[in-house]
Design a protein around this ligand. Structure first.
Ligand code: SF4
Length: 512
């Protein structure tokens, strides 16, 4: 993908057996988070449960990727972290900020201390609340709350605390049923309390994935299946929308906690976000991406000759690019080499051009004098694609660059956990200037191609996307392509986002 955007991942571990190995929950949380690093590199954190500790629940979180947070390059420091946070249960999180700033205090899990054990809890989540403003306003106006961070995680913590405020220990399934009725949006939550009860839930629409399974005496939950597989869980299940996993007194139960009015699995998970080795709701990410490539090939109009070479943008467009090349009988070559060790750095050049050159090396040996078919998974803002085309021509020496995108044009913001919340940051609306339905007009695509410096541009069709995933269109969220938002507040925010765009207001639509 040309522009870095991610959401978050959650994880949970419960080890049933007694003895020393029972305290290895943190080791498996670490592994689950490491395997989900693709979903967020801003911060990582865990809360573990250990009744032998004064701090029955204890939370460790820091800014940075998982390896840095767990100090794996310093053996002594790392051992100390694993010793201090040992326990037989825990939850974990990697974060990419879609709401709120990048400070450490916003890293998750969020732990809320209390003397009463059912009110002492920690939670983390993956998603965004589309009714964040209304929830926040209600707390401030009706209940005299002071909001510190102005992020939906803080709001969610307050609402959860309010659901737990009874004088007797509440039933957690009912707590989350009531909570879900107040929330609009995408929310996969992992929760643990000082009784050692754990809940992991998937929101009623099922925007983001959750999988779970056993390995011997150990129960593991993760956002993505590749994390479970790499921890030895091969027989995993997909948690259904509106369902939760409840770990209590050594038992694990899966229960329905909310009605699911409709499934809305985010199409972008298959196209770009999820790890290519994962399977989401029984549909493989890799197979979907190869299908997307085949669909692009089926609709290709350029006549291929010996001068053509197909170059996928690494790594997320590789499966689609290779499949497209195979169908078109043109070579697929690594004309762009990704520099895997750049990581997140604050000393990288600030211009988009610098960032493209830090991230990729263009191979002249592959592209010089060639007609390059550049395959990417999506164009969101367009600025990186423009720089990439320029770079491939200037440094790679390509004669022509024909851009093929495996996702249909992005025309609307996302209010469900993906970092694109305004119309003004998107490329296509700048040309359409009003909300539109159906496929984008070819004249507009031609104009965009010209402005990007591409010799031609073609996007995936909406029908091609649906066919490639292999799920009925009604079970997918494609709101950022179609403008059809599945939730009440999503629809409202879409109108507001367009209104803001027309008035020249650039701030995030769902937050202050
Ligand atoms: S709006 Fe787009 S990115 Fe957001 S959940 Fe729906 S399909 Fe995914």
């Amino acid at each position: 993908m040309a522009e870095a955007m991610h959401n978050c991942a959650i994880a949970a571990v419960y080890i049933k057996e007694n003895g020393d190995s029972a305290n290895r929950a943190l080791f498996y949380l670490y592994k689950l988070l490491l395997n989900q690093q693709n979903r967020g590199q801003l911060s990582a954190g865990v809360t573990t449960y250990n009744p032998e500790r004064m701090q029955i629940l204890d939370t460790y979180k820091e800014l940075g990727p998982v390896n840095e947070v767990f100090k794996t390059s310093d053996r002594q420091q790392s051992i100390e972290i694993f010793k201090r946070y040992a326990g037989n249960k825990g939850i974990g999180h990697v974060r990419y900020a879609t709401s709120g700033s990048e400070e450490r205090s916003l890293a998750q899990p969020f732990e809320r201390h209390h003397g009463r054990k059912w009110k002492w809890f920690s939670f983390c989540w993956n998603g965004n609340l589309a009714n964040f403003q209304e929830l926040k306003q209600h707390l401030m106006d009706k209940a005299d709350y002071h909001i510190i961070y102005n992020t939906d995680t803080e709001i969610l913590m307050h609402y959860l605390s309010r659901e737990l405020r009874s004088s007797t220990k509440p039933n957690l399934v009912k707590v989350f049923s009531r909570l879900a009725q107040k929330l609009d949006g995408c929310f996969n939550i992992a929760f643990i309390n000082a009784f050692g009860e754990m809940v992991v839930l998937r929101d009623p629409y099922g925007f983001r994935p959750i999988v779970y399974g056993w390995k011997d005496d150990m129960f593991l939950v993760a956002s993505e299946s590749n994390a479970l597989i790499n921890c030895g869980v091969t027989d995993y299940k997909h948690l259904a929308p509106g369902h939760l996993i409840y770990v209590k007194n050594g038992h694990v139960e899966v229960k329905k906690y909310a009605e699911s009015p409709k499934k809305s699995h985010c199409m972008f998970e298959w196209v770009y976000f999820a790890n290519v080795s994962s399977v989401l709701d029984n549909k493989s990410v890799y197979i979907t991406r190869t299908n997307l490539g085949k669909e692009l090939a089926r609709n290709e109009t350029e006549t291929m000759d010996a001068e053509h070479v197909l170059v996928p943008v690494p790594d997320t467009a590789k499966a689609a690019g290779d499949a497209m090349a195979y169908e078109l009988k043109v070579p697929s070559a690594e004309g762009l080499i990704r520099n895997r060790f750049v990581g997140r750095t604050f000393i990288e050049g600030s211009s988009r051009e610098d960032r493209v050159q830090n991230k990729y090396t263009a191979l002249k040996e592959i592209m010089e004098g060639k007609k390059v078919i550049l395959v990417d998974d999506s164009i969101v803002r367009g600025s990186t694609t423009k720089q990439l085309i320029n770079y491939i021509k200037k440094v790679g020496g390509a004669k022509e660059v024909h851009v093929r995108i495996s996702c249909p044009p992005i025309r609307g913001p996302c209010f469900y956990g993906i970092d694109m919340s305004t119309v003004s940051e998107l490329l296509v609306p700048k040309y359409e200037m009003e909300p539109k339905k159906g496929e984008v007009d070819n004249k507009i695509i031609g104009k965009i191609a010209k402005d990007l410096g591409a010799d031609s541009l073609k996007y995936q069709s909406i029908a091609g996307l649906v066919k490639s995933i292999g799920k009925p269109a009604k079970d997918l969220c494609m709101a950022c392509i179609t403008g059809e938002y599945p939730t009440h507040y999503g629809k409202k925010l879409y109108l507001k986002a367009w209104d803001n765009f027309k008035k020249g207001i650039k701030e995030r639509t769902y937050a202050c």
